[in-house]
Design a protein around this ligand. Structure first.
Ligand code: ZN
Length: 719
């Protein structure tokens, strides 16, 4: 597990450094004068400072459990993990080393790590000098050098802009507030922009749509986090209309994505610096450890652990700031969280939020392969601890990480779950993705992304009632028989549904979750099962009885009366404890019914003789046009009935260039309601809307005008 594995090329590095001249005047270029806010230290010197940090240790742990707890408590110090090799690489001062020794750690200088790091930093410096002397062209970078899979801050926003532009009814930006740099100079820094995703064409119920809030990259160097959340946005937006689950999630929920919670710091990390905090230059000015650890600066439990869970030293990586929510980024996130959800938790630490509390807050970090939930400042379980644990074990089923309460060897305070869970009672989690800050693209693409995307999708599926639904079974691979999900079927077709339900999908690596037998399953068409008007269709166990943790399901869906178009079939299952699990969905496509084709039958020369047609739509003579006998003197009458509110369309297609056919719509009393004709050989139509309240009997008269010999036509009637 290697943290510092620089993969940049000379040319990609050149692109990066070019940008630094433009966006961050850190280099001593003649035309640039550094601003006080951005700092007075050159990039060369910042990189040199990073080399001077030699208080880095191979910390050999006594056992894996202690190692994982240390990874929680000493996350800010962690530089590399090698669980199989039995050690973590940590940057530690004497006091921190003593705190780890108490748990059986022993230390060796991390010589190899330091040498490897310094070689990489020297390459950055050489390239910076080369660029400075050549006064090279200035351009935005196309990626982080060596890490093309991770979007820069600008690329992240551009990608989200693209999603909004492609599907404006699904996405919009909400500005949560400015970054620290922007508070110093409106022309610099960033807004903390939240990508809000929901189908605005589907109105919200009175209580509002359930809300999932995800923030990422609050710690700048954690490369994988914002790209993963951006990928989740792509899955939702691009999937709406083509993936049934993405469709119902966005139709009936809001997903709020703060992709860059610390954009100023992230720009520093994009240069190769191991940047964690924001860039507030009032603290530990002009160094690589300036600023405040935003994830120790939140209000609810700020500085509540007597200095164990955060630092009061400005240059420390867990510096908590001078007072609660001192930083603009923290205030923006807290304010946004409070705007999303009501407060449903009482004032005492032991007050549980009600079981039906809606909403989930996910704070995406790297690294350590953990799924964490409150509390982090005490070993006492949170009052909603059992339910938080159940959902945590569901998340960890997907990503394979260790699910645990976020208390490590020592407490942490002022963390991001304080406004969401601590204040409001909303289910809050921290994911620690992967195995390093500057994770290689191959690990990100092949492991982190495919394993964590389903966890984010699951969060959206259960966000309506996250303290209840995760206890219920999952429905897997729902499918419809025949062409029902592809080219479609006519309304009235009975469609066979197949799926499976299972209550077993928990990560039991840290205590086993109780599971139950599947007890029931149901499907609804068009209306989700929680909404008024849903008509559930019970599904059956394929083996004849519901009595196992996993059951194959089947059922027949009656599609009579469904309008033409795409419908969502919602499927869910209930376990023996009575808990319904989340929905999985599949599309059902209803086609227009194919018209009945009939042949003209004589005699039909008067209204009294009118040939009675069946239910519309109907085609007279079909693709084989009527031939030979149809003369000017032989009008044809066709009778049918039209329901109230329907519009009749009658289209005639002459059988040759010399043939013209007049259409006349006649009421039961002989009144002419509509008429249509066109030049010989040209198809034409008449339309007539029945505004009455009861079905009406009508007839259509065709009258063929023929220049030579015979008349022929095809007539199509639809409503
Ligand atoms: Zn972090």
């Amino acid at each position: 597990m290697k943290l510092f594995t620089p993969q940049f090329t000379r040319s990609s590095l050149a692109k990066l450094l070019t940008t630094l001249f433009v966006a961050m005047p850190l280099l001593p270029a003649a035309a640039q004068s550094p601003t006080a806010a951005e700092g007075t230290t050159s990039l060369h010197d910042l990189l040199e400072m990073e080399k001077q940090a030699t208080d880095i240790w191979k910390a050999f742990f006594p056992n894996l459990d202690i190692a994982r707890k240390a990874a929680i408590s000493f996350h800010a110090n962690l530089l590399e993990s090698d669980y199989e090799g039995g050690f973590l690489v940590l940057q530690l001062d004497a006091r921190e080393m003593e705190r780890l020794r108490r748990f059986g750690f022993r230390f060796e200088p991390a010589t190899e790590f330091i040498e490897r790091r310094n070689r990489a930093l020297t390459q950055f410096q050489i390239e910076a000098a080369r660029r400075a002397s050549s006064g090279g062209a200035r351009a935005e970078p196309t990626a982080i050098p060596g890490y093309a899979c991770y979007e820069t801050v600008e690329e992240t926003f551009a990608a989200a802009d693209g999603l909004i532009a492609a599907r404006p009814t699904l996405g919009s930006w909400v500005n949560a507030g400015p970054s620290w740099l922007k508070t110093q100079n409106p022309a610099s820094g960033y807004d903390l922009k939240v990508l809000k995703l929901t189908n605005s064409a589907v109105p919200a119920p009175a209580e509002g749509k359930p809300k999932l809030f995800v923030n990422s990259a609050i710690h700048a160097r954690e490369y994988t986090t914002a790209p993963l959340v951006l990928e989740f946005a792509r899955w939702l937006v691009n999937g709406h209309g083509t993936n049934a689950d993405a469709t119902w999630i966005l139709d009936h929920h809001e997903v709020h994505l703060l992709l860059h919670a610390n954009p100023d710091g992230r720009k520093r990390a994009e240069t190769g610096l191991s940047w964690r905090k924001n860039v507030n230059n009032a603290y530990c000015a002009n160094t690589n450890t300036r600023g405040v650890d935003l994830n120790r600066n939140f209000s609810h439990s700020w500085n509540t652990t007597s200095g164990q869970g955060s630092s009061g030293t400005q240059c420390n990586l867990t510096y908590r700031g001078p007072f609660a929510a001192s930083e603009p980024e923290t205030r923006a996130i807290e304010g946004y969280i409070r705007s999303l959800w009501p407060d449903r938790r009482g004032p005492n630490p032991s007050d549980a939020a009600p079981a039906d509390t809606s909403g989930i807050h996910l704070d995406i970090h790297s690294f350590s392969q953990l799924v964490l939930w409150p509390w982090g400042d005490t070993a006492t379980p949170a009052p909603n601890g059992a339910a938080l644990q159940t959902l945590g074990r569901r998340f960890a089923f997907f990503n394979g990480y260790s699910p645990t309460q976020s208390i490590g060897l020592y407490p942490t305070d002022g963390t991001s779950d304080n406004p969401s869970y601590g204040e409001l009672g909303v289910a809050a989690y921290t994911f620690e993705l992967g195995t390093s800050f500057f994770q290689s693209c191959s690990v990100y693409e092949n492991d982190i992304k495919p394993k964590n995307l389903p966890a984010l999708v699951y969060a959206a599926k259960v966000v309506r009632t996250p303290y209840i639904t995760p206890g219920g079974p999952d429905v897997l691979t729902p499918s419809l028989g025949g062409t029902a999900s592809t080219t479609g079927v006519a309304a009235g077709t009975v469609v066979q549904l197949a799926a499976s339900a299972t209550d077993t999908r928990f990560n039991n690596s840290n205590g086993a979750e109780a599971t139950q037998a599947i007890a029931a399953a149901e499907a609804t068409i068009g209306t989700p099962p929680w909404a008024p008007g849903a008509v559930p269709v019970p599904l059956q166990a394929v083996d004849g009885s519901f009595n196992a943790n996993t059951e194959a399901l089947s059922g027949g869906l009656n599609t009579a009366g469904l309008p033409v178009g795409q419908h969502i079939v919602y499927v869910r299952a209930r376990d023996a404890s009575g808990t319904w699990g989340p929905v999985s969905a599949v599309f059902l496509n209803i086609n227009a019914a194919p018209p009945l084709v009939v042949a003209e039958v004589e005699p039909n020369n008067s209204p009294a003789q009118a040939q009675v047609l069946g239910t519309l739509p109907v085609v007279v003579n079909g693709s084989t046009l009527k031939v030979a006998r149809e003369l000017r003197s032989d009008p044809d009458f066709f009778g049918f009935s039209l329901a109230p509110g329907r519009t009749l369309t009658a289209t005639v297609t002459p059988g040759g260039p010399a043939i013209g056919v007049t259409l006349t719509l006649i009421s039961a009393t002989g009144a002419v309601l509509a008429q249509s004709s066109a030049a010989n050989g040209q198809p034409h139509s008449l339309n007539w809307t029945h505004t009455g309240s009861t079905a009406v009997n009508l007839s259509v008269r065709t009258s063929a005008a023929v220049r030579a010999g015979t008349g022929a036509y095809s007539l199509e009637l639809t409503d």
